[in-house]
Design a protein around this ligand. Structure first.
Ligand code: TXA
Ligand code: MG
Length: 413
């Protein structure tokens, strides 16, 4: 009887982080508001690492083995490949381990590039002039003539997501490649999105060759995804642009939420296990989300659980479990510190080690540090992470809670 051998595993690649000099004019998080045509800086001002990344994205499409390139955007790091090449786009799914039925966002440097793919329906005109370049993804009909998208980008749907990132580095990279870049967040599937180059390395080392390092992402949560092709228009994923801002735009007054927020997830008094098609945004540690703004007795929560290291992420009302002076600072990077201390019972017996993170009360700061905090607590070996939720607003708070509800194994009222 003949047996077929399984295909050989892809070769392990050497992954390099390419730095962009902090002095580079491309190194900020916002780009001039030139929507129609984005002009590259003069060649001497383009960092060699950017040129190298662009060359890799251009040439990889010609070979049968193609690896995508990770690059920064103002939201999170993306994993990019030429959106018009099937070989290149397949490389993204392979590197991330992403299910092939989850479509990718197409990133353009300017409207001239988007116009090679699609004419933009009227409903989006004002939205684009207000929020692009920026953290907003719009759904457009898949092109059937002119420049075509690789079918893998859209996972068989009749629409595709388009976004013009604000990061000048991202726009310059796309412009240098001269093609729209399909790019999901550059995490391994199921993990929290990367907001630093080292997060990409943690997840994709050996699977991709190049990571362009532009520093810590500004916003920290992904773009808002909207569908204006249906009536009423829908926000499919809350993100960097708040639904309250979208509602101000002509034609979008009646926009509805196409995702589950607290009102739909339910406000009952019973703990809930969120149902989801895919595990998402999850650290290795078990995440328990508290939505109720009530103080939590961590010692009681741990009773009988056997956890040795407990992460606590605070966003407002919760008291620190580790005093400002008592706790050893375990790491301090990217806007928050992790303090380590001991949780003791009344007799002074140690119940667990606590890793305490305060992300502050400003919801923008919480968004900025959230994924980095989940990853950092993982790195420090937390077995379980208790997270204090924020109030579900119609601003970036909606994005924070949406990601936390998906990351959580358990949600407490
Ligand atoms: O900020 C962002 O959006 C980042 C950066 C890298 O640009 N990208 C990102 O991509 O978050 P990703 O693949 O992690 O998330 C894309 C989301 C997914 O939820 C996907 O299902 C949805 O957009 N999406 C993409 N195309 C779609 C389509 N045609 N219809 C409905 N949903 C779509
Ligand atoms: Mg993602």
């Amino acid at each position: 009887m003949s047996t077929t051998n399984p295909p050989p595993p892809p070769p392990k690649l050497k992954t390099r982080i390419l730095n962009i000099p902090p002095s580079s004019p491309l190194g900020s998080w916002s780009s001039p508001n030139s929507l129609q045509t984005w002009t590259l800086p003069p060649t001497p001002l383009i960092p060699p690492s950017l040129t190298l990344a662009a060359t890799a994205l251009t040439t990889s499409t010609a070979s049968s083995f193609s690896t995508p390139v990770a690059f920064p955007t103002e939201t999170v790091y993306g994993l990019g490949a030429d959106a018009t090449s099937s070989t290149a786009v397949k490389g993204i799914y392979t590197a991330k381990g992403r299910p092939s039925d989850n479509p990718l966002i197409v990133h353009v440097s300017d409207l001239s590039m988007l116009n090679t793919l699609s004419t933009i329906p009227e409903i989006y005109h004002e939205l684009i002039s207000k929020f692009w370049p920026g953290p907003l993804t719009i759904l457009l009909p898949v092109p059937t003539s002119g420049q075509l998208l690789a079918p893998e980008v859209t996972a068989g749907l009749t629409t595709f997501g388009a976004r013009m990132p604000d990061s000048p580095l991202a726009r310059a990279l796309i412009q240098l490649v001269g093609k729209p870049l399909a790019a999901p967040s550059a995490n391994a599937s199921t993990r929290p999105s990367p907001t630093k180059a080292v997060h990409v390395l943690e997840d994709l080392e050996g699977k991709i060759e190049l990571i362009l390092d532009g520093g810590d992402c500004e916003s920290g949560v992904e773009s808002t995804v909207v569908d204006g092709l249906c009536n009423p228009p829908v926000v499919l994923r809350p993100g960097g642009v708040g639904i309250e801002e979208i509602r101000q735009v002509k034609g979008w007054e009646g926009v509805v939420k196409g995702y589950k927020d607290r009102s739909e997830v339910g406000e009952g008094h019973k703990p809930r296990a969120p149902g989801m098609k895919y595990k998402h945004y999850s650290p290795r540690a078990r995440v328990v989300l508290f939505e109720g703004h009530k103080p939590v007795n961590v010692g009681k929560e741990l009773e009988g659980g056997g956890q040795k290291k407990v992460g606590v992420i605070r966003t407002g009302e919760w008291e620190g479990l580790v005093g400002e002076t008592e706790g050893r600072i375990e790491s301090e990077e990217g806007g928050f510190a992790v303090r380590q201390g001991s949780l003791r019972d009344e007799e002074g017996k140690e119940l667990a080690t606590v890793l305490d993170v305060d992300l502050g009360r400003d919801v923008k700061g919480v968004a900025h540090g959230l994924f980095a905090a989940l990853r950092e607590l993982d790195r420090l070996g937390a077995d379980i992470i208790f997270v204090e939720g924020v109030s579900d607003g119609d601003d970036i708070a909606a994005a924070v809670m949406n990601r936390l509800r998906k990351a959580a194994s358990e949600i407490r009222p």
